[in-house]
Design a protein around this ligand. Sequence first.
Ligand code: AMP
Ligand code: MN
Ligand code: MN
Ligand code: MN
Length: 276
Amino acid sequence: MPEVYDLHCHSTASDGALSPSELVQRAQSKGVTKLALTDHDTTAGLAEATQVARQIGLGFIPGIELSALYANQCLHIVGLNIDPLNPILLDGIAKQHAIRELRARKIADKLQKKGIAGVYEAICEKSGEGEITRSHFADFLFQHGFVSSQQEAFDRYLSKGKPAYVPTQWATLEEVIHWIKAAGGVAVMAHPLRYNLSQKWMNQALAAFKTAGGQGIEVVTSRISVDEIRVSLQFCQRHQLHASMGSDFHTPDNQWVELGRFPTLPINLIPVWELF
Ligand code: AMP
Ligand code: MN
Ligand code: MN
Ligand code: MN
């Protein structure tokens, strides 16, 4: 039987709805045989996921999705096959955590100025031990009737240029790639078509990514069209990167995004798992 890889998803350690155990079990029930958990700026879910994956016989690859700044733009860099205990990576994660914490307070302050009070406290309770993300704010705004969908929360409050947007000084692209490589991992450019950037811009970013030691790019993700695959395939080939694929699964409530469910990788690409 061929392996079924899903190398990008989230648990309650960041903005996912399922615990690491639930996620690993769901992945297996959906036919995934090799799963990477890649929570936003945290490895907190990896120990539990590793243990449960071993128990149920699912292949597991420790991962992370790091937020990085390049030319004033936030890019997401997935680190795959990392050593979660590497001190350089842990130090980087601690810095990102402090940035997230401060940003969350600032977002809450901005919402308060818009007459929406008590958000920070509510979100801290909800996120528990997990990293706070803008998804948590979107959920709050939706659940309290300020917007009619998560998407509207981003469109009206949380996206760049909106009243509760906070510019964030994430670590640089070079720094996060350094952390991933120090931890023995492979750095992968996440969802290159989801930043709404021109192909010219993305080609520049990918050149910098490659120079800094980046090795992979997500060619296939959930809800990607044939035309979009053609573009990400070109990125992959032009920069001689290894090809990755992942659902970016967050919640069973989103019927359009499921673990293991996305088109197959185009042939002639070298899969990223050959580097593991
Ligand atoms: P953060 O890293 O805290 O800025 O949060 C980013 C997360 O918010 C992403 O990983 C998505 O899960 C979610 N997100 C970002 N933009 C949108 C959007 N326009 N609509 C819905 N969810 C979004
Ligand atoms: Mn997310
Ligand atoms: Mn992302
Ligand atoms: Mn993601």
